[in-house]
Design a protein around this ligand. Structure first.
Ligand code: GLY
Length: 307
């Protein structure tokens, strides 16, 4: 199992014992997403996520097992466990994506509990941002992230970035692969903005013929190159996970010309369990769960290590 960021380790510790003793990959990835969604200390996913420009939090998520089995929700405002909701879209409807009030109504119909999504800390961060601590427009990517989003120093050099999607890929003992991702999106985004995470092929892609990939960071860049599809397609055509990750990051670098602080991280898992992870600049981390245990490490590739 491979997941974005070190904060996913808590969910991996819950999911790994079942996955490694015969549990399903889809259950495992949803467990990891659910844990991050409930963790108020993660300010980019679920409860505790930072709101949009008008102070309203909205959540996006996707689960995927193959091009034929995928579910997604965008701009959910009343329900917390959006990866589970995306799974219900996949399992109980003949649609792929539900948006906004339609997604919330579907959650009501499925019996999911309504939840308050905005934490006191997130509201205060928004109030500080609104009252002038901000140094950027909402459409910029957190130039001021050190001020608003600072976290304790990490031993693996991980730096918090403003929209750190939890993304997870798993292969179970039956050889079935599943992926999930969940995010509150860019902090202080324009109302209505949706990023890459809930869109199959952009923030996440899983194809048993090629492998899986999930992206985190600046969704607008990932969407511009269909980042996760591109990584999986590279693997389907024979690339290693490392080369697939490099292709995505180099294409983002070439086409979008990101500023120094603008980050994208991507994880890739091949169908035979080989994996890699990469990022545009230092600060990304990935959590691995395998026979050697659960650990968070720096990615194999950093395109601009000098930044
Ligand atoms: N990568 C998450 C987002 O941009 O919303």
């Amino acid at each position: 199992m491979l997941a974005t960021w070190s904060f996913s380790a808590r969910g991996c510790k819950l999911a790994w014992p079942k996955l490694s003793s015969g549990g399903g990959a889809l259950d495992a990835v949803c467990t990891v997403a659910r844990e991050a969604e409930a963790n108020s200390e993660v300010d980019s996913v679920g409860f505790g996520g930072l709101p949009d420009v008008i102070g309203r939090i909205s959540l996006d998520a996707c689960v995927m097992m193959s091009p034929e089995r995928c579910g997604s929700v965008c701009a959910v405002t009343r329900h917390l466990h959006v990866a589970d909701l995306a799974r219900l879209v996949m399992e109980r409807t003949n649609h792929v994506m539900l948006v906004g009030e339609g997604a919330d109504s579907f959650a009501d119909a499925m019996g999911m509990p309504v939840a308050e999504l905005l934490s006191a800390d997130a509201r205060q961060a928004w109030e500080r941002w609104r009252s002038g601590e901000k140094t950027t427009r909402p459409t910029d990517q957190g130039v001021d992230s050190g001020k608003l989003f600072s976290k304790s120093p990490s031993p693996i050099g991980e730096k918090h970035i403003p929209h750190d999607t939890v993304g997870v890929l798993a292969i179970d003992t039956q050889g079935v692969m599943a992926g999930a991702c969940s995010t509150s999106g860019m902090p202080f985004k324009l109302a209505g903005r949706v990023g890459d995470s809930p869109i199959p092929g952009h923030g996440i892609y899983v194809d048993p013929e090629g492998g899986g990939a999930v992206a985190t960071g600046m969704g607008e860049f990932v969407m511009g190159v269909s980042g996760s599809f591109l990584a999986v397609e590279c693997m389907r055509r024979g690339s290693t996970p490392l080369d697939a990750v490099r292709e995505v990051l180099e294409r983002i670098e070439r086409r979008h010309k990101p500023l120094a602080h603008q980050q994208v991280g991507i994880i890739a898992l091949s169908t035979d369990g080989k994996w890699s992870a990469g990022a545009l600049c230092p600060g990304f981390a990935v959590t691995i769960s395998d026979a050697s245990g659960i650990r968070s490490v720096a990615p194999e590739l950093v395109l601009r290590p000098e930044v």
